[in-house]
Structures are given as C-alpha cells and as structure tokens.
Design a binder for this molecule. Structure first.
Ligand SMILES: [Zn+2]
Length: 469
C-alpha cells in the first residue's frame, strides 16, 4: 500500500507539460526574454525554459501545447482588493474618497455570508480570466452575526484555484469616536484582534507553494484606533505574518492625520510600528521625499492602484520615485466599488499611462517596468519571490499564455509592448500550481454564467435590504 501511494505521488510530481513556440517574458532579474521559446512544467513547478524547442527525450510528457502566436508571462499578482465590493459597483460614481466611503459604509455594513461568497467568486473569476494567478483580498467589514466570512473567502479562492492572500482587516473607530464608518459597522478592539489571530491560525499556510496565506490588515488611520494599529503590528510579528493597510491615499487623509495625531500618515505609521519589510500599503499617493526615503529605508511595500486613484480623484502616486528609491511596488485592482472593471491586466496599461501624466513624463514607466509591477513586484510585496513573480526553473508553475495573433495585437512586433499598451489581451491559458484554471478566456474551475447570476441576485438582495431598490 505504501509503495503504491509513493509511486502515485512520484508519477504526479514528474508529469510534464511542454509549452512551445511562444514568446516568453520571464521577468527575471535580467529581464530575460525569448522571441520564440519553450517552457517545461513538471508537477506544480517550472522545470526548465529557454529559446527554441523543448529538449528531446523528456519522459512522462502528458501534454504538449503549441503556443504559436502567444506571449508567456508570469501570472499576474493582485496586491489589493475588496472582493465584497463586487455587489456595490457603479454607486457614488462622482465622489471623492471620504464622501464615497460615507455614502457606501451603511450598505457595506449589511453584507452577509451568501453575499460575500458570491462577491468573492465574481471578483476572483473576473481577475482569473484576465491572467491573475495570485490575489490578495483586504476584507475589513465583519458585521456581527454574519457567519464565517474569512472561511467563505478562503473557500471561494480554493474552489476557483487562485492562489490567495487574505488580508484580514478590521475597523474599531466608529463615528462616535471620530472615525468615518458608522458605529454599527465596526468591531471592538479586542474582538478584532482575537478574530484576526484566529483567522491566521486557521488559514495561514507557511509551506512552499501555499495556496492560502493570511495577513493582519486593519483598514486605515481614519477607521482604526491607534491602539488597534499598534497591537495589530505586534500580533502580526508574533504570528509571523505580513501586515497590510491603506496609507497616504488622499489629501483628506493627510489632513485627518495632522489634525488627529499632529503628524503626516507616514510618520504616524512609523510611530505605530507600521513601517518594515513585512508591511505593504495600498495607494501611497501623497508621499513627500522623506516619506519615500522612510519606505525605502525600512523596505515597506506599496500596492499601486492607478484606476481606483483616478476614479476617486485621489491623485497620482509617485511610482517612478518609489522605484528609484528601491521601494517594493506591486499593482492592485482595489475594490470594484472604485474600479468597476475589476481586472488587473488593464492596470498594467493604466499604471504606465497615469505614471506619464505625472512629473516624469515619458520616462515615468516603461512597458517592461509595468509588467514587472504586475508580476514580480506583486510577489515581492506579498513576500513570495522565492515561489512566484517570474518564470524561472524551480519556481511554481503560475503563468499565462496571452494571445497576440488576433486583430487587436498581431501588427505589434514587440509582444510586451502589445500586452501593456494594446487592448486587453485574450488569455488562452492560465496555470496556477501547474493546474490550468483558464482556457480560451473562460474559467475551467467554475461556471461563469452561474457566478454572474448569483452576483446579480446577491447585489439586488443587498440593495433591497438597504432600501436602494
Ligand atoms: Zn482599498
């Protein structure tokens, strides 16, 4: 029996998938690219890759993919999102961040388990069919008595086959304490800390190739008490997990920090233990030179969300300056209440375009830097560069085959320029851990039409509960 089990495992590990005849952008340290190359996947890892055809004589090849006309890249890594917002897209469309939050908090405070389940599947499905293989979700709304929302999120990601970081959020600063969320939408300080620790213990996997990890993620300086910020950081470090929050998103937040704490957001974060190489922060739009130097000195990472920043009129993050200083930067969709498209591959283009509207103009971001932000940069801020983020032997088989031979892209000679600057490229295949989760732009792991129906039904339910319908 033991022998039979072992041989089954060995066979699974050495089963090979060969991909040939595609352009490859590895996004390794040298930005190695092949105009026409091959990849060999063995089990859940990349075994080899290079120019030309795959080596002859490989054993246990169970599948050969002729990827002529395609570009292979690492899977995209989403570093900031709020899946639950899938049910509140297209609302408060002409507001800045604070007004938008005040308009939407009362609705968000009514979410329950079936809503979060549907919203997570919608968010994950939309990203996966656009080449996302790893996604982080910052979930910070836990209304009392709504069941196991963390478990619901983890299960949805597992079902769809997307590698997942659950940033377990929290809010304890309601309106009566000078915060922005309504009082009924916040947790108690002790309750939030205990529930977050419980989530880490139940779901955080430290093994190589983990499909689920957890980060400690109080929401923002204007919805979380200083005590919860400080104790969350201590707790995360005791538990050995990463820390995530929103930071320096708008001028209003900057003003709030100066009024409440007598200092700007970055100094406030530093004073509460929130700068460090185990921290990544969403947005970081309003940063002065000394803020950027503090991030660089401490290795604090950034989740850049260009579409959301534009949608909420937050401003243009100084990404070229952050990169020049050596700050780790990844890309984020952000919640779909402020980025209705919910896709990450279009954020490659938006990061480049928005960057060039800033002070550095045409040198702001190259197409290759944009691709790096969406892949290796994301892996870096999630602390997973040993496993994902670039196509290299030994790393996990998380990769995308983008179709480049259709009307949209075929006349562009440079496939990376086509991917970043062109229309959203079709995904022929997307692999996570060696498992194909997308085929010809459709999910293989779930029924998209069923997800569309259930998200619509749950969005309508939420609207009815909150008297918007
Ligand atoms: Zn956000």
């Amino acid at each position: 029996m033991a022998t039979a089990q072992r041989s089954t495992t060995e066979r699974a590990v050495t089963e090979r998938v060969v991909i040939e005849n595609c352009a490859i952008a590895t996004v390794d340290a040298q930005d190695t690219e092949y105009a026409c190359g091959h990849l060999v996947l063995a089990g859940h890892r990349i075994e080899s890759l290079g120019a030309g055809r795959a080596p002859e004589g490989l054993e246990n090849v169970v599948r050969r993919i002729d990827a002529t006309g395609h570009l292979a890249t690492p899977g995209l890594v989403n570093t900031h999102h709020h899946f639950y917002q899938w049910l509140t897209r297209g609302l408060a469309t002409d507001h800045n961040l604070f007004d938008w939050l005040v308009a939407l908090y009362p609705t968000w405070a009514r979410i329950d388990e079936p809503m979060v389940d549907a919203a997570a599947r919608g968010s994950l499905a939309m990203m996966a069919r656009g080449g996302v293989t790893t996604a982080a979700d910052h979930h910070y709304v836990f209304p009392r008595g709504t069941g196991d929302l963390s478990g619901t999120l983890v299960r949805a990601a597992r079902d769809l086959g997307v590698r997942f970081t659950l940033a377990r959020g929290s809010m304890d600063l309601g309106e009566k304490d000078g915060g922005l969320p309504p009082d009924f939408a916040v947790e108690t300080l002790e309750g939030a800390l205990a529930a977050t620790e419980d989530t880490v213990r139940r779901h955080h996997d430290t093994s190589f190739g983990a499909m689920t990890q957890v980060a400690v993620a109080p929401c923002s300086p204007f919805s979380v008490s200083t005590e919860l910020m400080r104790r969350s950081a201590e707790s995360a470090r005791e538990l050995g997990v990463r820390l995530h929050t929103h930071g320096s998103e708008t001028v209003e937040e900057e003003k709030f920090c100066h009024e409440q704490f007598g200092m700007g957001p970055t100094d406030y974060f530093e004073s509460t233990g929130w700068l460090g190489e185990d921290v990544w922060m969403a947005h970081c739009v309003h940063m002065n030179d000394s803020d950027i130097a503090a991030f660089a000195r401490t290795g604090t990472g950034v989740a850049h969300c260009p579409s959301s920043n534009a949608r909420l009129a937050a401003g243009i993050a100084r990404v070229p300056d952050l990169l020049a200083a050596g700050v780790p930067v990844g890309l984020g969709v952000d919640g779909t209440a402020s980025n209705e498209a919910g896709e990450l591959h279009t954020e490659l283009r938006n990061a480049l375009l928005v960057g060039r509207l800033g002070p550095h103009r045409e040198t702001a971001l190259t197409a290759r830097q944009a691709l790096r932000l969406g892949t290796y940069g994301g892996a870096r801020v999630l602390g997973r560069t040993a496993e994902i983020g670039s196509l290299e032997p030994g790393k996990l088989a998380d990769l995308v085959l983008w179709r480049m031979d259709t009307l949209a892209h075929s006349s562009i000679a440079d496939p990376v320029a086509a991917l970043v600057l062109g229309a959203a490229a079709p995904v022929t295949a997307s692999f996570v851990n060696g498992r194909q989760i997308v085929e010809d732009g459709r999910l293989r792991t779930a029924d998209e039409d069923e997800i569309a129906r259930s998200t619509r039904a749950q969005a309508r339910r939420l609207a009815r509960i909150t008297d918007r319908a």
